[in-house]
Ligand binder design. Structure first.
Ligand code: PLP
Length: 417
């Protein structure tokens, strides 16, 4: 008889995106004509093809694998030096931050990293997460037994929830009590909010004082338009003692299907044993990678490194400019019909208050029925998301313009209803 990991049984049923898919499929089955008009602005997946520099690099890498003289088998478990150097130079040294190559760990994407980092952290940590939140942070903690039971309102016993609301501009305040781990994501998914240096410094000061480790997710860093805002937590003095940063090539290079990302774990970040002994985390994470993985495929790493070439950078910028053009259109479209709008200025997500205090899922159903547009109900990201919805700017320009036209017509329908 094999026992199961019973923590999985605590997971709330009906994960957000399957529930959205279920409702959309039911609508299409019942309304075949309207079903053909459905535009999906729900899931945060990119729509544009890969930058040509990455494609060419992956093709060259594949050619190398095709010849005995240049063939490559197992690579280093934490990533090839050429990629780690491109990252350390391009994302850090170019901005005056010193990060060493051996503080960078290549992976198959940061969703996995956000969960597997828990392998090197102990049991019993007090964990702070924002509300609303990217569900991966919560569910991965549930799976490894860091929470109690599900409460039915979307929350779990044992987690410290940090409300993000219009009152704090959707930027979590530091908790009143000490916590051991805190997840932050800026630019934020789902709210599109961005933090400034001053508030990020407050977080780093809090972490240093309480010996908290900040798990800082910057999957959307390349969407930051305002040059005065921090692109990395390591822009803040002291962050190299208390923060682990999660990067992804999914949203800048369009690697959602290719799969590549990296973590930064500075050698100065420490955890503690139960009897208070300091333990640097970088060697544990290195060991974890070399034991549990043989790393990312050579061709994919070559494709990722190419994003740092001059052509790669220009092509990524073009992609981001395109999506941010969509975000501006969506923001303006919602604002014009009198909705309150956040995000979409340094992030690809626009976060909108529902009209007439409608519940998120009611508004989701209304949008699907009346406008044939799929949005993401804010309540799916946490209790504080209730009364809001997220629109993603990952779409074609034509679709985005059509969505705005339909939303404008919907206002009339909503008022009439
Ligand atoms: C998309 C996304 C990621 C990146 O996921 P990958 O596994 O790298 O594709 C990480 N964090 C957030 C908040 C995201 O939205």
């Amino acid at each position: 008889m094999a026992f199961v990991n019973e923590n999985y049984l605590k997971l709330a049923a009906g994960y957000l995106f399957p529930e959205i898919a279920r409702r959309v499929n039911a609508f299409i089955a019942e309304h075949p004509v309207e079903g053909k008009r459905v535009i999906r602005c729900g899931i945060g997946d990119v729509t544009e093809p890969l930058p040509p520099a990455s494609i060419a690099a992956m093709q060259r890498a594949t050619d190398e694998l095709a010849r005995r003289e240049t063939f490559k088998g197992y690579g280093p478990g934490t990533g090839y030096d050429f990629v780690r150097k491109a990252i350390a130079d391009g994302d850090f040294r170019a901005r005056g931050i010193t990060i060493d190559e051996d503080e960078i760990f290549l992976s198959d994407g940061s969703k996995g990293d956000c969960g597997s980092i828990l392998e090197i952290l102990g049991q019993g940590n007090r964990i702070a997460i924002t509300d609303p939140v990217y569900p991966v942070y919560v569910d991965s903690n549930v799976m490894c037994g860091n929470t109690g039971a599900h409460r039915g309102d979307g929350s779990y016993e044992g987690l410290v929830y940090m409300p993000c609301t219009p009152a704090n501009n959707f930027v979590a305040d530091v908790p009143k009590q000490p916590v051991d781990l805190a997840y932050l994501c800026f630019p934020n998914n789902p709210t599109g909010a961005m933090i400034d240096h001053e508030r990020l410094r407050a977080w780093v000061d809090y972490a240093l004082k309480n010996r908290t480790i900040i798990l800082y997710d910057v999957a959307y860093d390349s969407y930051i338009r305002d040059p005065s805002l921090p692109r990395s937590i390591y822009e803040i003095d002291g962050a190299k003692e208390c923060a682990i940063e999660f990067h992804s090539f999914s949203k800048n290079g369009g690697f959602t299907g290719v799969r590549c990302g990296y973590t930064v774990l500075p050698k100065s970040v420490v955890g503690y044993t139960k009897n208070g002994q300091k333990v640097p985390l970088n060697p544990l994470w290195t060991r974890r990678w070399n034991t549990r993985s043989n790393g990312v495929s050579y061709a994919v790493q070559a494709g990722a490194a190419a994003l740092y070439s001059p052509e790669g950078k220009a092509q990524v910028k073009q992609l981001i400019d395109f999506y941010m053009g969509n975000a501006a259109i969506l923001r303006e479209g919602c604002r014009k019909i009198g909705l309150r709008v956040w995000g979409g200025e340094n992030a690809p997500y626009v976060w909108v208050e529902t009209p007439e205090r409608m519940k998120s899922w009611d508004f989701f159903d209304l949008m699907l029925r009346e406008a044939n547009v799929v949005i993401t109900p804010g309540a799916g990201f946490g209790a504080c998301g209730e009364g809001f919805f997220r629109i993603s700017s990952f779409n074609s320009r034509a679709n985005v313009e059509e969505v705005v036209r339909r939303i404008a017509a919907l206002k009339f329908a909503a008022v009439k209803a």
